[in-house]
Design a protein around this ligand. Structure first.
Ligand SMILES: [Ca+2]
Length: 354
């Protein structure tokens, strides 16, 4: 038997006037630093133990901040600018320079400190409030809830999805359909189609979506008015030649192609979803329009150049939902229809914004 060194980074230096979150120093794990009230962090707030067993990023330090712009007053305190410093006027039940201390001192206990009890915690409006039995005060500074401390803001979220507090540390979790990505904080979609983890049948196509997948089966329009279509590829239908003199057939769609896309919920708009081009112009005018589908108010059409039209997502879509646009290009010459082509663009919008 041999003892091999673990792949561990050295205990990271804790900057003055700060606290460190995270106690696992093995490769791939992160530590975070939080400055005390009245200080701001310069450098890397988060450092990852890299494969080299060195900490990534830059050693942070906590710089003292003066002035109200840094929002130094906690717990609803009001900040007042004075000469070269600030003053916090605390709201009820808080005290201290930064209103950081609760004043409900009747909970404090000055008896044997080795004796402890579990606090009573309730969750309200996304934050956790804990209280102690009468005669006890809150302690447990060693097992700080990193999740709660960091989950408040979108930018400083330690976990993309959910955070689980563990003794001395925390871990991130992801919803079904996602794996925890590198760095253990981001959720990465599982590509079920590439990984053959889907249950689509042989005549179906697998479309990977964020958080899942879809089995699709593009269908050509049924025969009507002697107008019929034939499948020329898994995602394309072409109109059969029209009977001589059948005007309805001659005016109908010449080809239909199917395009599947996946988008995360609440994606930034405007966003170009699809481009359709004529290889060359036969007639004197080319027109682009959305002529059918689902969720049409989210779609707009614009011209990229003389021969190309763009289908644009114009307003953010909250998922999970499916949008569909029948994006049509028509070509005319002296007001006579030369051709009508439809691209069916189907957009799978995920439940989450990742
Ligand atoms: Ca997927």
């Amino acid at each position: 038997l041999m003892c091999l060194p673990a792949e561990t980074c050295p205990d990271p230096e804790i900057p003055a006037n700060s606290r460190k979150l995270g106690n696992i120093f093995t490769v791939g794990h992160e530590v975070h630093f939080v400055c005390d009230p009245g200080f701001e962090l310069i450098g890397s707030e988060t450092r990852i133990c890299e494969k080299s067993t060195y900490w990534g990023g830059q050693q942070p330090y906590c710089q003292k901040i003066d002035g109200c712009s840094s929002k130094p007053c906690l717990n609803g305190g009001t900040c007042v600018e004075e000469d070269n410093h600030f003053l916090c006027i605390c709201s009820r039940a808080w005290s201290g320079k930064y209103c950081q201390n609760p004043t409900n001192s009747h909970w404090a206990s000055w008896t044997n400190s080795s004796f402890s009890r579990q606090p009573h915690c309730t969750s309200a409006q996304g934050s956790i409030q804990c209280t102690c039995d009468v005669g006890f005060q809150m302690s447990g500074r060693d097992n700080v809830d990193e999740c709660e401390l960091y989950q408040s803001g979108r930018l400083s979220r330690i976990c993309m999805y959910a955070c689980v507090n563990t003794p001395g540390s925390y871990r991130c979790t992801c919803p079904p359909g996602y794996n925890l990505g590198p760095g253990y904080r981001f959720c990465k979609d599982v590509d079920e189609c590439a990984g053959r983890q889907h249950n689509c049948s042989q005549d179906e196509l697998c479309v990977n979506t964020f958080g899942g997948f879809q089995c699709v089966r593009p269908e050509c329009p049924k025969t009507r008015h002697n107008t019929s279509y034939v499948k020329t590829s898994p995602v394309r239908c072409e109109r059969n030649p029209c009977p001589v003199g059948n005007k309805v057939c001659a005016q109908s769609t010449s080809s239909i192609s199917f395009h599947y896309q996946s988008l995360v919920s609440n994606y930034t708009t405007p966003h170009v979803l699809f481009r359709m081009s004529a290889i060359r112009q036969h007639g004197d005018s080319l027109r682009f329009a959305v002529v059918g589908g689902r969720g049409r108010r989210h779609f707009g059409v614009q011209r990229a150049n003389r021969l190309t039209g763009e289908l644009v997502l114009v307003s953010p879509v909250l998922g999970p939902t499916v949008l569909e646009a029948d994006f049509e290009m028509t070509e005319y010459d002296k007001r006579v229809l030369l051709g009508r082509y439809i691209s069916k663009v189907i957009v799978f919008v995920s439940q989450y914004d990742f």
